[in-house]
Design a protein around this ligand. Structure first.
Ligand code: DC
Length: 209
């Protein structure tokens, strides 16, 4: 069983790199951010307050999330586009700070690793909490301008300044929360993707492996 953990802030290139590494090695790929986004989607769909700790924890335990190659289904509804939209993006940090949500998703993520006999798994706390025994831990980073530029390209209908401000405040919330904050594992390999192409970063990850 081979487990590769890829963590880092928004826009650092995690998803693109993790998918490519998984493809090259013939391993399965799990986007754990999409799981937190799916819980936030289910919370909003039920008309609940993302800050309501008890109600949100119950949603996390009950919700059915299914990730295919390109699609995400939440309770049988296609949520692929909406989980990346502004409403879910502003609700997701509160949902991800909820310790009971984290406990539920952590156990689903570990179950996924067992069921797939390893894989490439990306998020914020994979190397530190979810898979502390991963064979390789990578921490990707990039400067804020570059990360905001990448996100801005994905969501063209929001202006750059707004995207950069949202991203900075989400990173601050993700890094300063009490439960499983975004931090680099002591034994992770740090790769700054600011001035590197996807292919270069993928090659570097494979070299470390
Ligand atoms: O990677 P992303 O932007 O799709 O992540 C969405 C949110 O979920 C983000 O605010 C951080 C949070 N998250 C987390 O707390 N732990 C993870 N393992 C993955 C994502």
């Amino acid at each position: 069983m081979q487990v590769i953990a890829i963590d880092g802030p928004s826009g650092s290139g995690k998803s693109t790199v993790a998918r490519a590494v998984a493809g090259q090695l013939g391993l399965s790929y799990l986007d754990t951010g999409a799981m937190y986004r799916s819980v936030a989607f289910a919370v909003l769909r039920r008309g609940l307050d993302p800050e309501d700790v008890e109600a949100v924890a119950k949603v996390a335990r009950d919700v059915e999330i299914s990730q295919g190659d390109d699609a995400v289904t939440v309770d049988g509804v296609d949520a692929t586009v909406e989980i990346r939209g502004p409403a879910v993006t502003s609700a997701v940090s509160a949902v991800a700070a909820n310790p009971e949500v984290r406990a539920e998703l952590r156990s689903r993520q570990r179950e996924w690793v067992r069921a797939h006999d390893g894989g490439v798994i990306e998020g914020r706390d994979i190397g530190t909490v979810v898979c502390p025994d991963a064979d390789l831990k990578v921490y990707l980073t990039a400067n804020l301008d570059v990360r905001a530029g990448r996100r801005h390209k994905e969501i063209e209908d929001l202006d750059y300044d707004r995207v950069a401000a949202d991203l900075a405040s989400r990173d601050t919330r993700d890094s300063s929360r009490d439960h499983s904050p975004l931090v680099m594992a002591d034994d992770a390999v740090l790769i700054d993707t600011t001035d590197h192409s996807i292919d270069e970063v993928v090659a570097e990850v494979l070299r470390h492996l």
